[in-house]
Design a protein around this ligand. Structure first.
Ligand code: ATP
Ligand code: MG
Length: 500
């Protein structure tokens, strides 16, 4: 059964103005398997899957489903062929409930078209409990954390009883525990013969769950292999077309005096008595599980929320940061984990986004610097971070997910901040660009700046940090030096088994 192809996509091409997103790309998926689709940011993975999902038409090429040629003019048609999709961008409607979101457009209705609320909620309750997702059907989507929203998207895709489920970076917002949960759901689906197309930049996940791997590069098909035939290095080499030697290039920088000190910071219900110091030239990692309070601590320091207790000192001076503008004045920058909600203006150009946080820099005597200077600076950023876009005037919403992340990073790197807080900076970023961002962090600290990096990826935290602060349920449970750091030690602090 496993050797028959449920899906073949052959010679698929697709162009956008200025970009050939797909150039005779393809994938062949066996029934009941997990098929990983890999490639650098902008390689064309999401575009290929959007064509399969009926969201975009291909310019040319064939889709063969169970031996028969098909084409989809809309998502509806794709769904009717038992294909459903978890999108890379969360697509839920914020003011609707969980149940309304999951069954949008297929709610149970009465003869005169009223939605049968109770039946809708009961049906959702049943679905969620089967999947062991503990979220109430009546909760509004806005009240969920990003991780919970992602679980709901997963549940929604499963609810269609599809034969093929496309998962475009399903774990971008969830941490270890939920990932295990997702694996369990995936295994029970494949056991029933469902095929999963799984897109992720996390190599660990590919080795945990995939049967087959297809790699794309620059819109083209590179190859397909069984997972047993592959090493990590093979995949990376196929993806980037060259060997990547060092995954976490740690730059040695001189560690100087304390630049930021946080004493007994408390925000009721979120975190309690958080204290730490950040030194000049240091990369300070923050590890922990989802809900540990790391993001909340940073948001509070940055003035997005008030603290009930505690003090913050910048370069030895006690400061009172009441809003992000105060934070910026004190030399802080925060790059948020949720780029869609708080970080980027999607309908605006790459250029407008890059300069958005440092407008004052582009003002000379109260008037804007001339356009060509601004363009030059943005072009430099584009080159530095290898942002894949035809021009800097492209709208950010047209960029691939990982390239959007790079625009966000660039926006904050241009500010003159000395203390740069990065919340999950390489989420959704491919291995090649990831090591470039890591190298860039090294440049930052070498030039005397300091970096705080929240990351849920242990190899990244361990590879990049000078010291690691571990949080569990709103408290600091451990501070680990680079030399002592091990996966086990960090996890024992992160799960609250051990505390210093
Ligand atoms: N609607 C669009 N308009 C213009 N260009 C687009 C559009 N959608 C995608 N592209 C371009 O097509 C290329 C492929 O993008 P795609 O989103 O498929 O990449 P990806 O492999 O999913 O990358 P990532 O890992 O970053 O998500 C990119 O260069 C992207 O900028
Ligand atoms: Mg994508």
């Amino acid at each position: 059964m496993q050797d028959q192809y449920i899906l073949e996509m052959v010679d698929i091409s697709k162009s956008f103005p200025g970009v050939k997103a797909l150039d005779r790309a393809g994938i062949k998926v066996r029934k009941g398997t997990v098929h990983a689709l890999m490639g650098e940011n902008g390689a064309g993975k999401s575009t290929l899957m959007k064509i399969l999902g009926g969201l975009q038409p291909a310019d040319s090429g064939n889709i063969i489903l169970n031996g028969k040629e098909v084409s989809f003019a809309s998502p509806r048609e794709s769904l009717d062929h038992k294909i459903s999709m978890i999108h890379q961008e969360l697509t839920s409607i914020p003011h609707m409930t969980v149940a309304e979101n999951i069954y949008l457009g297929r709610e149970p209705i009465t003869a005169n078209f009223w939605v049968k609320e109770k039946e809708l909620n009961d049906r959702t309750e049943k679905l969620l409990s089967e999947l062991e997702i503990k979220i109430s059907p009546k909760k509004k989507m806005v009240d969920l954390s990003i991780a919970q929203m992602q679980l709901i998207e997963i549940a929604k895709a499963i609810s269609y009883d599809s034969e093929i489920i496309i998962m475009d970076e399903p774990t971008s917002a969830i941490t270890e525990r939920e990932v295990e949960h997702l694996y369990k759901m995936i295994r029970s689906l494949t056991a029933k013969g469902v095929a999963i197309i799984y897109i992720s930049h996390k190599l660990n996940e590919i080795f945990d769950i995939a049967n087959d791997v297809t790699v794309m590069r620059d819109g083209q098909y590179v190859g397909t292999k069984r997972i047993e035939e592959l090493t990590r290095k093979d995949i990376v080499t196929m993806m980037v077309g060259r060997e990547l030697n060092q995954l976490f290039p740690k730059v040695e920088a001189d560690i100087g005096e304390t630049v930021l000190e946080v004493k007994n910071l408390t925000r009721t219900g979120k975190f309690k008595n958080v204290s730490f110091e950040l030194k000049k030239g240091e990369i300070l990692g923050f590890a922990g599980l989802m809900g540990a309070g790391r993001t909340e601590v940073m948001e509070t320091i940055f003035g997005l929320y008030p603290a009930q207790e505690g003090e913050v000192f910048v370069k030895g001076q006690k400061v009172s940061i009441k809003n992000p503008a105060d934070a910026k004045k004190n030399g802080l920058a925060l790059i948020t984990e949720d780029r869609k909600l708080t970080g980027l203006f999607l309908p605006h150009s790459v250029k407008d986004n890059i300069i958005a946080a440092s407008l004052d820099k582009f003002l000379v005597g109260g008037i804007f610097m001339n356009e060509s200077n601004i363009n030059g600076i943005c072009e430099d950023q584009k080159k530095l971070l290898r942002i894949k876009t035809p021009t800097i005037d492209q709208k950010v919403k047209n960029l691939s997910g990982g390239n959007q992340q790079k625009v966000l990073l660039s926006k904050w790197l241009l500010t003159d901040a000395d203390i740069i807080i990065l919340d999950e900076p390489t989420r959704g970023i491919d291995v090649g660009a990831k090591s470039e961002i890591h190298a860039l962090m090294g440049e930052l600290v070498k030039s005397g700046k300091s970096v705080i990096m929240i990351s849920s990826e242990l190899p990244e935290v361990m590879g990049m940090s000078d010291r690691i602060i571990v949080m569990h349920e709103g408290k600091v449970t451990g501070i680990v030096n680079r030399k002592e750091a091990s996966q086990d030690l960090i996890m024992s602090f992160a799960t609250g088994i051990q505390a210093t």
